[in-house]
Design a protein around this ligand. Structure first.
Ligand code: NI
Length: 182
């Protein structure tokens, strides 16, 4: 396994659309190694999730995991989840505001509106179909990560850039005032 280099805002790879992984290739050594490396990279940098374009691979793959994360100490736990070719369908018109950060936008946070409930269809790393309803924090992380597969970064979704906040100032002025989220 290897820790991969994470592209930061401004790198063109973050603005490209990722290609689906042919289902017959999911079990290939190349894809399995990429998934393993993405998990290791996400854990190394304390991400709540990581999408393949962030590590310069334009493939529809994301990994998500939250437990005991020092970047998100109050976030609900999410077990390790690997999503290949995810399709996200909103199940509500209502958007909820929450804080997000991104390993490609280091040391920043901002308030982003997201659908509170979504249907998630995808494949897992064995190629098995996933079809679940995700709500609240898990729904938020799914929307954040799948946006990366379409060249979208969370700052694009912000309604008010006045909340775009350096982490040091966030800890100073916002922590405790707002629900923490990703
Ligand atoms: Ni991100």
């Amino acid at each position: 396994m290897a820790i991969l280099k994470v592209a930061r805002l401004g790198h063109p790879v973050l603005r490209k659309v990722a290609a689906p992984v042919p289902v017959g290739e999911i079990l290939s050594a190349e894809i399995q190694r990429l998934v393993d490396d993405m998990i290791e990279t996400m854990r190394e940098y304390n991400g709540a999730g990581l999408a393949a374009p962030q590590v310069h691979a334009l493939k529809q793959i994301c990994v998500i995991e939250v437990h005991g994360n020092p970047r998100y100490p109050d976030a609900p736990a999410i077990p390790l989840t690997v999503l290949i070719n995810p399709v996200v369908t909103p199940l509500t018109d209502e958007m909820e505001d929450g804080w997000e950060g991104c390993l490609s936008v280091p040391d920043m946070r901002g308030i982003v509106p997201r659908f509170g409930s979504v249907r998630l269809e995808a494949r897992d790393r064995e190629g098995n179909p996933i079809d679940v309803v995700a709500k609240e924090f898990f729904a938020r992380v799914i929307q954040h990560e799948t946006d990366h597969l379409n060249g979208i970064v969370y700052v694009d979704r912000m309604r008010d850039l006045a909340t775009l906040t350096h982490l040091a100032e966030w800890n100073r002025y916002w922590l405790g005032n707002q629900e923490q989220d990703e």
